[in-house]
Design a protein around this ligand. Sequence first.
Ligand SMILES: [Zn+2]
Length: 75
Amino acid sequence: MKQNELGLKNGKWLIANCGNYPSESNCKVVLMAPDNQREDLLDAVVDHAVKCHGHANNRELRNEISKMLETMIVS
Ligand SMILES: [Zn+2]
């Protein structure tokens, strides 16, 4: 699939792909945001990790998720 089929704006994107990590629910959720909205993406991923995966909402979780983010250049 071509990237632009999603209608994404050109530039650097950050991606959190649950499917890359084993989970009991076999979660395949993908969350993404432009590079300049890193904090917004972290909020969304933390929310997902807490609600759907039962993680404790603390600074450590946010740090772990921050390290998990992948980048994709759309051009
Ligand atoms: Zn998930």
